[in-house]
Write a new protein. Structure first.
Length: 333
């Protein structure tokens, strides 16, 4: 008994021979297909954004741990790298370096270490950084380079509207409030096909460009036990069901924008998502509903980031009221 130590730490708590480090680097590996495809589509711009974001997050975490907290640095566990990659995947490929670095400081400093570090943050750091930049620099954050056009360009890349942005603008100009949904569906049919969305033949952020690459990463994480199916399936299913009920193409609603990236990689964050399976399904369904409400009736064409942040705030309540049954507890009828 004298040689035994009780170690108390923040979440995530993994009850197996696995480790937090292995899980974190597993997520990094799962992101590689989408990262590689974004570099293929956007070239130099994607490389600059990805490298700046990852280095910015890692260096920010190191400086905070080393000089502000005075503790042991943990940048090798992969969490800062994941934040940097996911943050970059939510950005356009022509975003200036100085804006990216501001977002890195907000994501790591405010989103993570203001709450105590890994396992204690309330909000997903990468999404918090992205939303901060969207509100602070709306023009730069909504200028979307076109894929496979001027891949050797960075700041001077040719830009265009995203699929969701185009739908929002055209629906507002062509439809009144009583026929808005049908107008959006008509525009969707005219604009892009499912194949276009699957292969990234549209404008958008680095992580919105290929559903196939994101699905490959998601399957890898499911097979490795890094995530469970409950959150991704509940988000995607709810978005499709809501879109169908609103008269919008359900498949395009999932393949366009950040639904796939958010459902597979962002909402499944260990720390900011519920612990129980029932809680995960409830959490995912609400993210899907809020996403579609913002898309159809909100000021922004996309709502995934806002939906995930809102439900991050509700996660403690979900964990409190949706609890697993105690081992050996008798169910009272």
């Amino acid at each position: 008994m004298d040689n035994m130590r009780l170690v108390v730490s923040g979440s995530p708590h993994i009850h197996s021979t696995d480790s937090v480090n292995r899980r974190m680097w597993g997520v990094v590996i799962a992101l590689m297909p989408a990262v590689a495809y974004s570099v293929y589509l956007f070239g130099l711009g994607a490389l600059v954004v990805l490298l700046t974001s990852v280095l910015g997050c890692v260096i920010t975490e190191y400086l905070i741990q080393r000089y502000m907290l005075g503790g042991k640095t943990t940048i090798t566990n992969g969490s800062a790298v994941i934040t940097g990659l996911l943050f970059a995947m939510n950005l356009p490929s022509n975003l200036p370096i100085w804006i990216i670095l501001i977002g890195c400081v907000v994501a790591i400093g405010l989103g993570k270490y203001a709450f105590g570090g890994l396992g204690q943050n309330i909000f997903n750091p990468a999404i918090l950084g992205r939303v901060f930049l969207l509100i602070s620099f709306p023009q730069q954050m909504t200028s979307w380079p076109l894929p496979l056009v001027n891949r050797g360009e960075y700041l001077d890349a040719t830009t265009g509207a995203t699929y969701l942005g185009q739908m929002k603008m055209e629906a507002m100009s062509r439809a009144d409030s009583s026929t808005g949904a049908s107008a959006v569906n008509e525009i969707a049919t005219e604009s892009l096909t499912w194949i276009d969305a699957l292969i990234g033949n549209m404008g958008g952020s680095l992580g919105e460009m290929s559903a196939i690459a994101l699905i490959i990463g998601g399957v890898f994480m499911l097979l490795r036990g890094i995530i469970s199916w409950h959150i991704p399936v509940s988000i995607i299913g709810t978005v499709m069901l809501f879109a169908w009920g609103a008269g919008v193409d359900p498949v395009m609603s999932v393949l366009s924008g950040g639904v796939m990236l958010g459902a597979i990689f962002m909402a499944t964050d260990y720390v900011t998502s519920p612990m129980t399976r029932r809680g995960m399904v409830m959490y995912g369904m609400m993210i899907g509903i809020i996403t579609m409400i913002i898309r159809l009736w909100g000021a922004y064409p996309e709502g995934v980031s806002f939906a995930i942040l809102i439900m991050n705030g509700f996660t403690p309540l979900i964990n409190k009221f949706v609890r697993p049954r105690k081992f050996g507890e008798r169910r009272v009828n």
